[in-house]
Design a protein around this ligand. Structure first.
Ligand SMILES: Cc1ncc(COP(=O)(O)O)c(C=O)c1O
Length: 445
């Protein structure tokens, strides 16, 4: 039996329920990324680093809702904060104090964030940050990185994947490719694309569109394309070039923020962007995002200025209480050290297995976030990562699932995410399973 057949054989209840869901919900899922063929597992329960599906199978989870569940599943401290707030009311459409408390906690971690506004998700955070940059500069152009995902807004859902045909353009001068039907040309034609870790590509676009670009938005450590850390010196040069061309620098830290370090990428790499976008970790698993940065820029937000930002659910007490409990009580500085230690242990373990097996694959990681890439050389760009052997990835995916591990998010370009709830024993068990699975994967090399 193949790993795929094993997977189907041990998940009949998920299959049955997925069929019911698919009749009424496209794909049976809330977001396309939650689907994989023939159906995803359907979750009954979760605790710490584990989830259980409808058939009672237990999984060690490294997807952790695409790195949002940094505290682990069903964390009791966060659950308590939610319960206490629910007893007092969950939505007023008027400010309460937990939003200010959380904003101050974020500012302690991110001194560069002088002011911030909360949103309900990462996509809103990036969308509003771009609007603010445009409002502040009066310029409409936006620069983004090829392969980077910043949420599915019309402005930024451009070149998030790279077609293998010529539509992608040369590596250092990628074309802009809208990634969904229904995006008007007028929206994406202002979005220009550069290659990550490629300064010539950046300078080319900055000089070609000089005077037109409002902002350069990038994930300082790319997490779409496995995990691709910045090359030494790259971000420093990015900061210099954006200043030279008078372009605002936006760090999209939706995934890495308060995740790869206490103060996220700004702290880890020692760079000061003009604006930062956050989500995932700051909400403790509830739908919460934020964008913030320089006071003079944030002062342009309504009602202080002309850049509109609205939202019925913005800064609601339920999500801000959960986020506050997560950041102040669960994700302490010691927890970051522990997640880093486990991240090192896991990456080293995987690298050792790959070496022992002579597998044409590599591991890239930044602390607890990482990726196994089925390419022989460490990739520095999305395009290089995209050369990976997709058949091997598929075998790895179903092999791990059928042995009780969700090894990463459900696509080759996703990452594994080690949470505050993972323990040494989980890492060790996962490495043993990985060795068994990768032995089979190697047969496809
Ligand atoms: C880097 C990055 N930015 C933005 C987003 C969009 O966030 P959300 O799914 O909360 O809208 C994501 C989602 O995974 C992301 O990884």
């Amino acid at each position: 039996m193949s790993f795929y057949d094993d997977y189907v054989a041990r998940t009949p209840m998920s299959g049955k329920e997925a069929k019911r869901a698919q009749a009424i919900i496209p794909g049976g899922v809330g977001s396309a990324i939650q689907f994989w063929p023939p159906y995803p597992i359907m979750i009954k329960d979760s605790q710490g680093p584990y989830v259980w599906d409808l058939d009672g199978n237990k999984y060690i989870d490294y997807c952790m809702c695409y790195a949002a569940m940094v505290a682990g599943h069903a964390d009791p401290v966060i659950a308590q904060a939610i319960k206490e707030q629910a007893d007092k009311g969950i939505l007023f459409g008027l400010p309460g104090i937990s939003a200010t408390d959380l904003a101050e906690e974020i500012q302690r971690r991110y001194p560069v964030i002088e002011m911030l506004r909360f949103t309900q998700s990462g996509v809103e955070a990036t969308m509003y940050a771009v609007r603010l940059a445009r409002a502040a500069t009066g310029k409409m152009g936006v620069l983004k990185v090829e392969g980077a995902y910043h949420g599915a807004s019309d402005i930024l859902l451009v070149s998030t994947a790279v077609p293998t045909n010529t539509a992608a353009g040369p590596e250092w001068m990628p074309s802009s490719v809208a990634e969904s039907a229904g995006i008007p040309e007028g929206t994406w034609k202002h979005t220009h694309v550069v290659q990550f870790n490629h300064l010539e590509s950046l300078e080319y676009q900055l000089s070609k569109h000089e005077g037109e670009i409002a902002c350069f938005i990038l994930e300082p450590c790319m997490t779409n394309g496995g995990v691709i850390p910045p090359d030494p010196g790259y971000l420093e040069e990015v900061r210099k070039l954006t200043r030279k061309y008078n372009v605002l620098l936006i760090f999209d830290e939706v995934k890495v923020g308060a995740r790869i370090a206490y103060g996220g990428a700004c702290e880890k790499y020692g760079i000061e962007p003009d604006l930062v976008c956050l989500a995932k970790a700051i909400g403790g698993g509830t739908p919460l995002g934020a964008f913030g940065g320089r006071r003079d820029l944030m002062g342009l937000i309504t009602p202080m200025g002309p850049a509109v930002h609205f939202g019925t659910y913005n800064a609601n007490p339920l999500t801000t209480s959960a986020g506050l409990a997560c950041l102040t009580k669960v994700l302490t500085k010691e927890k970051y050290k522990e997640m880093d230690r486990l991240g090192e242990k896991y990456a080293k373990g995987l690298k050792d297995i790959i070496k022992r097996l002579g597998l044409p694959a590599c591991v890239t990681h930044e602390g607890p976030l990482g990726g196994i890439q089925f390419v022989p050389e460490i990739p520095h760009t999305y395009r290089q990562a995209n050369q990976g052997n997709k058949g091997m990835w598929r075998e790895y995916w179903y092999g791990m699932l059928s042995k009780g591990v969700i090894p990463m998010g459900s696509g080759w370009f996703e990452e594994y995410s080690i949470s505050a709830a993972h323990k040494d024993k989980d890492i060790e068990e996962t490495l043993n399973i990985s060795e068994d699975v990768l032995k089979e994967v190697k047969k496809l090399a």
